[in-house]
Design a protein around this ligand. Structure first.
Ligand code: SF4
Length: 326
């Protein structure tokens, strides 16, 4: 089938993925493969800006890619690779940094937020982070980038840098378009904060049925439902929200039974844990198969890097010629 264009997306290596990663990104990554040529990157250089846990980068890369592959990424067609394995990205980063006014970077709310988060380590990489991101996308002439609403300004920044480069040196780079996907905000088991590993409020998609139940039983539900006979308010309950994804056949009945107190929270959570576990059973089986071969992920990433470099070296040659580098 003729593909619509080329998608690029990158994710920091964060190890085993959780439900928030899955619903927010991975399932879209997988679905996009049907219509687009896809380039998916583990952005390990981006992960260096904080200089935390660098000894875990290798392990977290492998664990994340195992999840991607088990979720249905197809390495025989999709390019899956590690950012630092394609050194041309750092060349393009340098060249694009010359066309990016410093004021654009220091004014970005994300930069200001980072300065607040790590005041003792406001490094040069932190300022240039959005330029490296622009280089990631431009290096593969990706025309489409999946983004959630909150990430739209990041992509707009890439588009501005590309426009400026093309204005100065000719139409070499492709201005990527945002593909707004349905990225729901998934709350953690605390029912308050976005699901996140650092807050330890997550449920891993590779968790065993028993591990799933241990996490689900801790989930915060409707705070007004203190006793079993209290009627519930599913609209404020995170378990109910997630039932919407993983229990589509039962969700209407659960809503009715919650409101009338015909079902208790423990029973409701048991249904959810079972459905979640069933949903990811084929995923767990594939993941175990891939993980049994210690070389499999690294072979996939080596092949992906080889294919990525083939595109990158052509583009960087065009860029250098356009700029006038000898
Ligand atoms: S019964 Fe289910 S939906 Fe209702 S409050 Fe309890 S966990 Fe939430």
């Amino acid at each position: 089938m003729e593909k619509k264009g080329r998608v690029f997306s990158g994710a920091r290596p964060t190890g085993r993925q959780h439900l928030g990663n899955y619903l927010g990104a991975i399932r879209n990554y997988v679905a996009l493969q049907d219509e687009y040529e896809c380039v998916y990157c583990v952005v390990d250089l981006h992960a260096l800006t904080t200089l935390e846990d660098t000894d875990k980068l290798k392990e977290w890369t492998r664990e994340m890619v195992l999840d991607w592959l088990a979720a249905g990424m197809r390495p025989e067609e999709t390019i899956i690779f590690v950012q630092s394995h394609v050194p041309q990205v750092t060349e393009l980063h340098t060249i694009l940094s010359m066309v990016t006014p410093l004021g654009w970077l220091t004014r970005l709310p994300t930069f200001k937020e980072k300065v607040r988060q790590q005041p003792d380590n406001v490094n040069y990489g932190l300022v240039g982070y959005p330029v490296l991101m622009a280089a990631d996308i431009a290096l593969y002439k990706a025309d489409t980038v999946p983004v959630g609403i909150d990430q739209a300004p990041h992509l707009e920044f890439t588009r501005e840098i590309v426009r400026r480069f093309n204005h100065l040196f000719g139409p070499v780079l492709v201005e990527p378009q945002a593909k707004h996907t349905d990225f729901p905000k998934v709350l953690g088991i605390d029912g308050v904060n976005k699901m996140s590993k650092s807050l330890n409020n997550h449920i891993e998609i590779s968790a065993s049925p028993e591990e799933i139940w241990q996490r689900v039983r801790m989930m915060v539900t409707d705070p007004a439902r203190r006793y079993r006979h209290d009627p519930g308010h599913p609209e404020v309950c995170n378990v109910f929200t997630l039932h919407g994804f993983f229990s589509p056949a039962q969700v209407r009945q659960i809503e009715v039974d919650c409101r009338s107190a015909a079902i208790g929270c423990v029973e409701c959570k048991k249904i959810f844990a079972r459905n979640l576990s069933d949903y990811f059973a084929p995923f767990r089986e594939r993941r175990a198969r891939f993980a049994a071969d210690p070389d499999y992920v690294w072979d996939v990433l080596a092949d992906g890097a080889r294919r990525a470099r083939a595109i990158a070296s052509q583009v960087i040659d065009e860029v250098k010629r356009a700029v006038g580098l000898p």
